[in-house]
Design a protein around this ligand. Sequence first.
Ligand code: AMP
Length: 407
Amino acid sequence: MLFSEFNFHHDLLEGIEASNYETATPVQEQVIPPIMAGRDIIASAQTGTGKTAAFLLPVINQLLQNHVDGQVGALIIVPTRELAIQISQHLEGLSYFTHLSSIAIYGGNDAQNFVAEKKALQMGADIIVCTPGRMIAHLNMGYVNLKGLRFLILDEADRMLDMGFMDDINRIIKTLPHKRQNLLFSATMPEKIRQLAKKILHEPVEINIAISKPPEKIVQKAFVVYEQQKLPLIKKLLKETKYKNVLVFCSRKQTVKQLTRELKHGEVKVAEIHSDLQQAERENALNAFTSGRIPVLIATDILSRGIDIDSIDVVINYDVPGDGEDYVHRIGRTARAEADGTAFTLIGEKEQNKFALIEKLLDKEVEKALVPQELGPVPQYKPRQKSADNRKPFHRFHRQHQYKRKK
Ligand code: AMP
């Protein structure tokens, strides 16, 4: 479907053209018309599907058609600063030829930013992208004016609940006018999200974009090892990849810190990203990596979603991610756009069953690569097939019981 068929404002069409979008993605085709018709939406769609533009475009369009000065028109709540920055960059591109104003409000200690945010919240900005904690900090000061709000958008809602933002979100919602349009986007739909949806959405249109499988062009390999073999193996892998744009994922921030320390002792230049770092430190690390100054970035799943970094050659899962969706998200950081990519996963002895479930979801056995002999004998790959086979086929709505994400 062409964007010209949506009946968008011509200033917005110019921004779409400048962004080089030609046809709408499936999620955009399904989501844009009901939003333009004024309906609430609950959509399960992941990063990479074009979901950000799916809500930004109709919201920008409606605010352009019916512009009200001096009010906040749309509030987009997201789990992380990185995602807030990315969405606001997206927003700037798409709304470049319009007169709409927008601001991203996220944590950090910059007093100057706080003043600008305060001003936007008092005087109105058409679209605000925020993280919950920072928004609460402003709400506590008593000057926030959201009376004219027309759109509330919750993006990556499952992640926000996992990160413990439920109370903050409820507090923010209490300050909003009752009559508004609500759009909820979530990669998965555990029961907690359904409850939240029931509470805040009004007769929503439900849209499911099937779980994306990793692109075929990603070469996937796994190494079956003992836990203590992971460190020597990753050192070897990094050497073989010539340290070229490698993103390493660890499920826990402790592991990120430890691995960063270990690798810093060697010849590899590494940066780290996890939730214990200040915003400026995280941004510096990301910039150093994306600009090519630091070839290896070690991160928690904070970076597995929502972040669009081009030219990552290799993704290494230092441990097996919690579930299939995390796996797809992590390895999907490589082979973006036209590029090829490789994803290695290090499977410790206790992680074999977890990995077998992921293979089931992918409907594919990932090649088990030979571990270099000098690392000594390795365990056999023998996941407990029985329990894996007995499980229901993977389905996003059926896995609340196992839905626990690690930080
Ligand atoms: P998202 O799923 O929102 O993170 O988007 C993933 C990437 O797709 C971003 O880099 C977008 O700029 C890009 N994108 C979104 N919609 C389109 C489209 N209709 N055509 C081409 N690229 C798009």
